[in-house]
Design a protein around this ligand. Structure first.
Ligand code: FES
Length: 90
């Protein structure tokens, strides 16, 4: 049986995900490669290692900053937003 897709949002944009996908995988599948900026210089970052070691993939998920998108399972209705710097700068 094919798992039923569900939706989450990224910066207000609706994204389709499948059960078992990480937040990073769902963003990648939607063509989104960057979802945070660095503390110094504001350079774009997304997933790099994909295994929870590099912390490049930090995102704000459901209002909680610094979530490793490569490890976090996507859930229906998740609200993912671009994280700027430490995620506490807004
Ligand atoms: S991509 Fe390296 S910790 Fe998530």
């Amino acid at each position: 049986m094919t798992p039923a897709p569900f939706t989450l949002t990224f910066d207000g944009r609706r994204i389709t995900a499948l059960p078992g996908q990480s937040v990073a995988a769902a963003l990648w599948a939607a063509g989104i490669l960057a979802w945070r900026t660095t503390r110094h210089g504001g350079a774009p970052r997304g997933a790099f290692c994909g295994i929870g070691a590099c912390y490049d993939c930090l995102a704000t998920v459901n209002g909680r900053p610094n979530q490793r998108a490569c490890l976090l399972p996507a859930r229906p209705g998740d609200t993912v937003t671009t994280q700027e710097g430490t995620g506490h700068d807004r």
